[in-house]
Design a protein around this ligand. Sequence first.
Ligand SMILES: [Zn+2]
Length: 98
Amino acid sequence: MLCRHCQRVQSNRPRGLCWSCYYTPGVRELYPSTSKFARRGVDDFNGQPRLPAQPTDALPGSPEKVAVLEERARLGVSLWHPLDAPMNAESRVLDAAG
Ligand SMILES: [Zn+2]
């Protein structure tokens, strides 16, 4: 993760700041600590996730679907999309006929 202030170097101090920004007077105050209210280990992520831009027709459990889920997690969007392929594509047809 890059420094939240200068975005030029790797952050290696608390609050997502690099060493020089962290110790520059005034900069720290611009970036309140993330540790008090945010869950640790996850980028400050709150509220409803956005839907992925595209549904996938990769079947659940397939390597393709796993790759799609990884990509969605990386982008911080919802892991599912309403138009993703269902567990069994044929069941959708049967349900519709049903
Ligand atoms: Zn910096």
